[in-house]
Design a protein around this ligand. Structure first.
Ligand code: PMV
Length: 338
């Protein structure tokens, strides 16, 4: 029997950020978060269980995975093997639709696609919630790349209670994330390391206790498709994530001069009447959030800036799903249809 499956998953951008864990080993976060899947940031992963293999073979992009990256993938395969009660090794091939080395986080889409492909290949019947929980254990934000569109991650207080659900499908709101790729001047510190030191910031506790009203504002804004309500809240939250990072011990500084110049330019565009707001990830790129009617203009303005290497425009993306390829046709099945 062929124990092989291919899955694809979208990356996501958080409007309310996940930063800091209640349980680091299980990646149970301190706070609820909200995100939008990105339709132009896809990871496609094939997993094949093969009894002839002595160890997992993992190819990410065009190269064999090394060291920490390989260990993280194997750890997730081990979780799947433990559930399936098998010791069979795998062949894994994973590819991103977006360019690597430009600071777009691939762990969310990567671990969501890996989790779905591996569980399907070994015939584990997991529903969307179980997939989200399992993906979360590999990379927190990956749990939000399992459901479709606009997604809420319920923090919960234990692993079994911590998972993501869709609050609105992709077609609910024609929002855009225009990613301005800014040249990275410093090497990125991984988010796992960031979560680990977040509690050393004297401001983390203040953030977590003050967050619920902002979370509900963002949730309401998404449901009501109200950009003027969403925009200020998502800017506040992005700044706060970086405030925590910068005041952690040791401090983590993701900001670069180019990034600040893009944010300041965007503030001028907004003062001139363009409805656009920014958010940031744990990296130097600026995510410009606007409605589809303004996306061309925002992209053109961003592209014209010397600090911007390239621009990637994303609409809301769908759920993680199995890609079934037969010689005659290629059909797509939703993650939660099995
Ligand atoms: O899932 P991780 O461990 O890569 O953490 C993601 C952290 C941020 O991208 C900065 C915020 C978020 O909620 O996605």
């Amino acid at each position: 029997m062929l124990q092989k499956a291919t899955a694809e998953a979208k990356s996501n951008i958080a409007f309310i950020k996940y930063w800091g864990n209640r349980d680091a080993a299980q990646r149970v976060p301190l706070n609820d978060s909200i995100s939008m899947n990105l339709d132009h940031a896809t990871t496609t992963t094939t997993v094949e269980f093969d009894a002839r293999l002595n160890e997992d073979q993992i190819v990410l992009g065009d190269a064999e995975a090394q060291d920490a990256a390989a260990r993280r993938v194997v750890a997730q395969l081990d979780r799947v093997r433990a559930r399936a009660k098998t010791e069979t090794k795998t062949r894994v091939e994973s590819r991103n639709s977006f360019p690597t080395g430009v600071g777009i986080a691939s762990s969310a889409s990567g671990f969501a696609a890996l989790t779905l492909a591996a569980t399907r290949a070994i015939s584990l019947e997991l529903n969307e919630r179980e997939l989200s929980i399992l993906a979360r254990q590999a990379s927190g934000s990956a749990c939000r790349s399992i459901p479709a569109g606009f997604v809420e991650w319920i923090a919960g207080s234990s692993s079994a209670e911590s998972y993501a659900v869709s609050i609105a499908p992709p077609e609910h709101w024609d929002l855009r994330d225009v990613i301005a790729i800014v040249s990275a001047e410093e090497k990125r510190v991984g988010s796992t390391a960031g979560h680990a030191v977040a509690a050393t910031s004297p401001f983390l506790a203040a953030r977590v206790s003050a967050l619920p009203p902002r979370f509900h504002r963002v949730r309401r804004a998404v449901l009501a498709k109200d950009l003027t309500l969403l925009g200020p809240a998502l800017e506040e939250d992005a700044i706060e994530l970086h405030l925590i990072a910068m005041t952690s011990r040791p401090p983590i500084f993701y900001w670069t001069p180019g990034m600040v110049r893009v944010i300041q330019a965007m503030q001028r565009w907004r003062a001139d009447g363009l409805a656009v707001y920014f958010t940031l990830d744990a990296g130097p790129n600026v995510h410009l959030i606007c409605e589809s009617k303004d996306a061309d203009q925002v992209a053109t303005l961003a592209r014209a800036m010397p600090d911007v290497q390239r621009v990637i425009v994303n609409a809301p993306g769908g759920a993680a799903r199995i890609v079934e390829e037969t010689p005659e046709n290629r059909t797509l099945t939703n993650a939660d249809e099995h």
